[in-house]
Each structure stands twice: as C-alpha cells, then as structure tokens.
Design a protein around this ligand. Structure first.
Ligand code: SF4
Length: 213
C-alpha cells in the first residue's frame, strides 16, 4: 500500500508559488520576499522590500526594520515573536530599486502594486487574519483608500477584504526617508497606535485564546 502523503498546507503552497513569481519587471534578478510565520492570525502589510532584503531572506531586515521592531517592542511584541507569529506581507514583494532622487527606495508604481495585489488577496483568503497591522501610506491606502495618516494612525478600524473582515491598526512607515515620524505630535499618535496594538494582539494571540495546532 502506498505511504500516505501529508496534506499540503495552503499557505506553504502559496509561499512556494510566491517565491517563484516573475510576473512583473521588478523580478529581474530579485527574489520575492516571503514570510515564514506559522499558523498566523495576525498579518502585517508593509510597502516593499528594500535593498538589504533584496538579497533574499527576511522582510524588514534593514534600517526601517530596526525601527519597526523597536515600535513593536513598545507594544510588547519582540522581533523573534513577530517573525514567528505574524505573517509579514507587502504591497509589492520585490525591491523596486533606489529612488531616482537618491533618498531611500523608489515607491512602487500603481501598475506594479496592481500586478502584485493577487498575492496579498490570496494570503487574506488563506489566513483570514483577525488583526491587520498596516505599515505606511501604501499599505493603509490599499485597504482604506486615500486617507490622511493623521486621521487614521492612533485608531483601530474594521476593514473588509478578500478574506472577510479584520480589525486594522495603521502605523506610519518606519523608513528613515520618512520625515513624518520625527515631527512633533506624531509620537503621541504612534504611542496610541502601539497601545491599541498591544491590547488587540494580546486578545488575538494571548494565552487562553491561542489556537491549538
Ligand atoms: S513584485 Fe510581485 S508581481 Fe512583481 S515579480 Fe515580485 S512578487 Fe511577482
């Protein structure tokens, strides 16, 4: 009798397909960044990998990542826990190249975002996250449309998407190229957002509510 094969996890199948994606022009010589989180209930959506990440490996491995992990630390979530528990997605999964003005990375075009969107929709369908952490303007706009960051950072909102409905907590982008995070008053909004994140993350991931594998 042939040996029984273990069922294929839909998220693992998704990761394998994403790792091989060469759909758009961003793919040339660049490997899409794929999150390794297991059995996630929380998804974090960023903008796009930077140069550091473009060599392969983990999302948010560079300078912006160091700031993000500090912020998540303020919400009681260590980098190690976040990498293990939170599925890290992005608006585009390949490095868009340097900004032509020389400061930071180029912002992915609407066409590039649209071409990559199917990966995010698939992840939302598979994971059906209870909590979404939206990092930066592009990620926020892809769920909430054109909104002012000041109007949404520090608030929790319900968003609908391919996988149903989730609570969403918007954060500014932690990139050093963003002057916003250094402006007066914005740390108060960020602190409020991180307090909300701490509370909601504990509800979703905490002790008694934790899913048994
Ligand atoms: S940016 Fe997205 S659509 Fe384009 S090659 Fe990378 S993974 Fe594929």
């Amino acid at each position: 009798m042939p040996a029984k094969r273990a069922p294929i996890d839909p998220l693992d199948a998704h990761r394998a397909s994403l790792a091989g994606c060469r759909t758009c022009a961003l793919a040339s010589g660049i490997v899409p960044i794929v999150s390794g989180a297991r059995d996630p209930r929380v998804m974090l959506v960023g903008q796009a990998p930077g140069k550091v990440e473009s060599g392969g490996g983990q999302p948010f491995a560079g300078r912006a990542g160091a700031t993000l992990w500090k912020w998540l630390g303020r919400a009681g979530i260590s980098e190690a826990e976040a990498r293990e528990r939170i599925y890290i997605a992005a608006v585009t999964r390949c490095f868009p190249g340097p900004h032509p003005g020389g400061r930071g990375d180029r912002v992915p075009t609407p066409r590039e975002r649209e071409q990559c969107r199917a990966w995010l929709d698939d992840e939302l369908r598979i994971i059906r996250p209870r909590l979404l952490v939206l990092v930066g303007k592009l990620a926020i706009e892809s769920f909430l449309g054109a909104v002012s960051l000041d109007g949404v950072v520090g608030r929790e909102l319900t968003v609908t998407h391919e996988g149903g409905e989730s609570l969403a907590i918007p954060l500014p982008h932690p990139s050093g190229a963003s002057s916003r995070i250094h402006q007066a008053g914005h740390d108060a909004l960020l602190s409020r957002a991180l307090d909300l994140l701490r509370a909601r993350y504990q509800e979703v991931e905490g002790g008694a509510g934790r899913r048994v594998a």
